[in-house]
Design a protein around this ligand. Sequence first.
Ligand SMILES: [Ca+2]
Ligand SMILES: [Ca+2]
Ligand SMILES: [Ca+2]
Ligand SMILES: [Ca+2]
Length: 355
Amino acid sequence: MRTVPFGGHPGAAWMAALRALGLLGWMAAGSGGLLEARDFRVNQIPNGHVFMCANCHINPAGGGARNAFGNRVFQLVGTSSRPFWTPALAAEDSDGDSYCNGEELGDPDGDGVPIPGAPVTNPGVSTSRPANAQPMLAGVSSTTAVWGLPFNATATASDPNACQRLTISKVEGPAWLAVSTNGVLSGIPPESASGTNTVVLRVTDNGSPPQSAQLSVQLLVVARYGGWQAQYFSLPQEAALAAPETDPDGDGLSNAAEYALRTHPRQPNAPPWEPPILDAQGRLTLSVPLRDDDPTLSARLELSGSLSFQQTSLADTTVTDPNPGDGRKLWHFTDPVPRTNAAARFGRLRVLFEP
Ligand SMILES: [Ca+2]
Ligand SMILES: [Ca+2]
Ligand SMILES: [Ca+2]
Ligand SMILES: [Ca+2]
């Protein structure tokens, strides 16, 4: 068949003559040799000259049974000579070898212009395929989770071999975190997960042989009042009981204070701080242990000469971490007004945090 000029008008004219005679059906059934006229197809695909008729036919000489790509082309245009190479066909994987038709023919985007020097493999033969490129994991859509609340994120994976199926798995990470094969991370972190959690993900393609890549991400689990509420109350039924200003256990500590102090809101607690003392300069000092896993949390001590708190000043504040790892930091407050200058001093502790 390679002796027949392809794309040439002689072949086309010859086909027209056959059609006029109504002989095509007989010719197709009876003589493979005469089918060589469809050689013009070779010029309708990028780099078609590399595999010639074997792009579409099992017999490299052309004619006879088609391979998977040939069947797809026949499905699209039948015996018509109209063009069929499109971005859509380029994006398909006709022979199921995990490489797109366009990739195999050196024209990944299917615009009909092959990339110069790109390797060419047969889009109709699954054992003819390019080298398998390594997939990539670019990142995770969110790396901050709140304990007590559902966490959801997506890992972004890609592969230069656009037709390959990618499978994502968790290589390392906390038990509460589930990772689906399509890269969805989900789970509800417990309070014990507070802090930095190392998660190692792997992406594997379905090329031959498969290639994979790993990504390590640091997932920060923080506290928020909403997650704390979900841990200690049945929501939404107990929404009123769980409100920040409520004191369901009647211990004088509001839920907001219990959250900040890391105490139990439904079991009465004595305030977990030492009574205020006067320092060497006669200034009132108070130290309060507050949770350290909510980056939005802060505290201030308002001081006043009367219990009405009509005029207040703020205590000087420093924060220390005497016991790293205990989930608390110590907030030290010092009244700037010494005792000798005041008849009486009253303090009111405020904790501030985002919901
Ligand atoms: Ca393929
Ligand atoms: Ca192939
Ligand atoms: Ca690949
Ligand atoms: Ca309370």
